[in-house]
Design a protein around this ligand. Structure first.
Ligand code: IVH
Length: 668
């Protein structure tokens, strides 16, 4: 291909992706691949200026909403991908302004992965909300925008003010939205950005109103209000936006000089997963508004701003196979076996597909190229297939009719989206139940992982959790790969677990709806396993934080033949008989909320929280007035620290965490 042909081909390809992304909300490729196409085109056009075209590659909105010509075009941003490119941009800005790079002052803001919206206020009244569209002409989505809870319908301004920002769906809201889609056997949204775009562009505003959209303001483009007349810096614009009642990002900082500017990227990369929303990078903007005027724009983007991209949370890879796994409740979950790929810093080779309907709705098939997404702590997911033209594909995948482990027929009940293996003796379920019993949050038996449990079941040494306490060293030492030494260690770990508090045992039994909080309330109240087993629904439901669903489930379990047998054996074996048994810890943090941010050396996130809870405290995910203190580990969340500083909440360094646990006092 000669350059002319390649440029034409690239422009056509990019136009197709723009249409898929902006108009149909169904991206065909991950952002990183799209960016590569755009960069290749830019490089070719730079090399061959005669072949460059003045017309931007657009995606003209379809005519479902009335067109709106933007008072000021909604441009995009140029991107940089590494520190060197960031420094080069700072140097270009410095040259343009005839200042030293050390004097370049910018704001660093999160680049939210949502969609840009322009809001027009006339004498304080919200009169228009428009999407970006092709940058020049967008869509009138005023009625839909009015349903977004954190967009003020009126502000205390005069004249005309056009506020720009991003409409997005917060990560937690997105998880809830997709859980609801799954429960309704409806197609999941690919990612928060697509969900936000699809929700905002609904024909019926009542549908939009049911979607958890939020807005974050980051710019004012038209302003003849006196409130902003004398404002000279972007940070002051943001402050005025906040004063008008808009959400602005708490994480925005002002950076002076190349070193600080580059460092902001590292900060955002570290706090990325603590933010409420997905970000795909950060945006640097010159703080001084007059300097912006001096630099101006290229045809596509301002020279005074740049987007620094963060490593993508989506990647393309090959779907090798679809398999199913059986959980401890018998639920059979399909998952994708993937060609290993690094996403958001970790290697992913398996990703959940949730249930039968999701596989059908996503129509992913073995052999397909698929987009895999992993945002923060969320379990990796297959988003969609990337279909090349005219490619031959495997047949659609069919959910198995029998359990992969015990071969019993699988059942999917009318109106439910999950499929179950109902064989109570299914070894796969037994393995998972016992693994759960031995897990950290329950009886915490070291050395009892999935493989070992499967081996013990296979050897006929283990059927029920109670059997664990009757295992002997000689039994275990006879197993493959286990000598006298590790057999002794395992038996002793099992014996030690006998003195765990009763609440952990209740968690380990895996009784439906009974989580650690309810288990603790129940164990504290009744005191012994025998008393819990004899408790009535009324007595249980009367406890604070228990309620009738948990109470019913508890009584059903204790009344079942399996439950009765297990409990009487556990009592006879003296396993976790009382809440205060063994090493139960002093309640040094009773009633206190300790927020942990970042990693505390020696503790996983769950262990840190568990340590606080074990001492009577709670460990919520966010800082409030009621927080006792904030423990700061490595790579802490900046927003939590800022909040703590604002509210005057004491901060405890991670090396002092053990002391805090022990004494309950805030170490100085
Ligand atoms: S400023 C002329 N600030 O990124 C400057 N954009 O790639 C216009 N975005 O269309 C944008 N967070 O949808 C700006 N803090 C932020 C942003 C942001 C996300 C999006 C916006 C824009 C796109 C440009």
């Amino acid at each position: 291909m000669n350059p002319r042909e390649e440029i034409a081909a690239l422009r056509e390809e990019i136009a197709q992706h723009n249409a898929a992304y902006y108009l149909r909300d169904e991206p065909l490729i991950p952002d990183i691949e799209y960016d590569a196409l755009v960069r290749r085109l830019a490089a070719l056009e730079k090399e061959h200026p005669d072949l460059a075209s003045e017309t931007p590659i657009g995606a003209t909105p379809e005519n479902t909403f009335a067109p709106v010509t933007h008072a000021v075009a909604m441009l995009s941003l140029d991107n940089v991908f590494d520190d060197d490119e960031t420094v080069a941009w700072v140097q270009r800005v410095a040259r343009g302004l005839e200042i030293d790079p050390s004097q370049v002052t910018v704001t660093a803001e999160p680049k939210i992965d949502g969609l840009a919206v322009s809001l027009t206020y006339l004498d304080g009244e919200l009169t228009l909300g428009a999407t970006r569209g092709n940058g020049t002409v967008g869509e009138d989505v005023t009625e839909n925008v009015r349903t977004i809870a954190n967009i003020p319908p009126r502000i205390s301004s005069t004249g005309r003010v056009d506020v720009r920002g991003e409409v997005y769906i917060a990560r937690a809201d997105f998880e809830k939205l997709n859980a609801a889609q799954r429960a309704a056997s409806a197609k999941e949204f690919a990612n928060p950005r697509n969900a936000a775009a699809g929700s905002l562009r609904q024909k019926d505003p009542r549908v939009t109103a049911t979607r958890p959209l939020s807005f974050l303001a980051y710019q004012v483009v038209v302003n003849d209000s006196h409130e902003l007349a004398s404002v000279a810096r972007h940070r002051d614009v943001l402050a005025q936006l906040a004063a008008w009642g808009f959400d602005v990002s708490d994480e925005t900082t002002v950076c002076v000089g190349a070193a600080e500017i580059v460092a902001a990227e590292h900060r955002f990369a570290a706090i990325r997963h603590d933010l409420r929303y997905d970000i795909d990078g950060l945006v640097y903007k010159l703080d001084d508004l007059a300097s912006r005027e001096a630099l101006g724009f290229t045809s596509r983007a301002p020279r005074w701003a740049i987007a620094r991209k963060l490593p993508p949370e989506e990647q393309t890879t090959t779907l090798i196979a679809i398999e199913v796994s059986v959980g401890r409740t018998g639920r059979v979950t399909p998952y994708a076996v993937l060609e290993p790929v690094v996403v958001a810093g970790s290697t992913v080779q398996m990703a959940t597909l949730h249930n039968e309907d999701q596989v059908r709705l996503k129509d992913v098939r073995p052999g397909d190229q698929v987009i895999v997404r992993k945002a923060g702590d969320v379990i990796p997911e297959v988003v969609s297939a990337v279909l090349g033209r005219g490619e031959t594909r495997a047949e659609p995948w069919i959910f198995p009719t029998n359990c992969p482990d015990c071969h019993a027929p699988l059942v999917r009940r009318e109106g439910e989206s999950d499929t179950y293996c109902t064989n109570r003796a299914c070894p796969a379920q037994q393995v998972q139940q016992i693994v759960h019993f031995a897990s950290r949050g329950a009886m915490d038996i070291e050395g009892l992982g999935e493989q070992r449990v499967a081996q013990l079941i296979e050897a006929g040494l283990l059927v029920d959790v109670a059997d664990l306490y009757e295992l002997s060293t000689s039994h275990i030492a006879a197993l493959d790969g286990l000598g006298e030494l590790s057999a002794t260690a395992l038996v002793s770990a099992i014996a030690t677990s006998k003195s765990q508090p009763l609440s952990r045992l209740l968690v380990g039994l895996g009784i439906r709806h009974v989580g650690p909080v309810a288990a603790r309330v129940i164990a504290r109240h009744f005191g012994s396993l025998a008393a819990v087993a004899a408790a009535s629904v009324e007595a249980l439901a009367a406890l604070d934080g228990v309620g009738s669903v948990i109470a019913d489930s508890m009584v059903t379990y204790m009344g079942s033949q399996e439950g009765r047998e297990r409990i009487s054996r556990l009592i006879a074996l003296e396993v976790a008989v009382s809440e205060s048994s063994g090493d139960s810890l002093p309640a040094t943090l009773a009633g206190r909320a300790v927020v942990i941010t970042g990693t505390v050396p020696g503790f996983t996130r769950d262990e840190g929280e568990a340590a606080v809870i074990a001492r009577g405290g709670s460990s919520p995910g966010s800082v409030s007035k009621k927080t006792y203190c904030v423990v700061v580990g490595d790579a802490p969340g900046q927003s939590k620290l800022t909040k703590a500083a604002e509210l005057g909440i004491p901060v405890v360094l991670s090396e002092n965490f053990p002391q805090l646990l022990e004494t309950g006092e805030i170490p100085s």
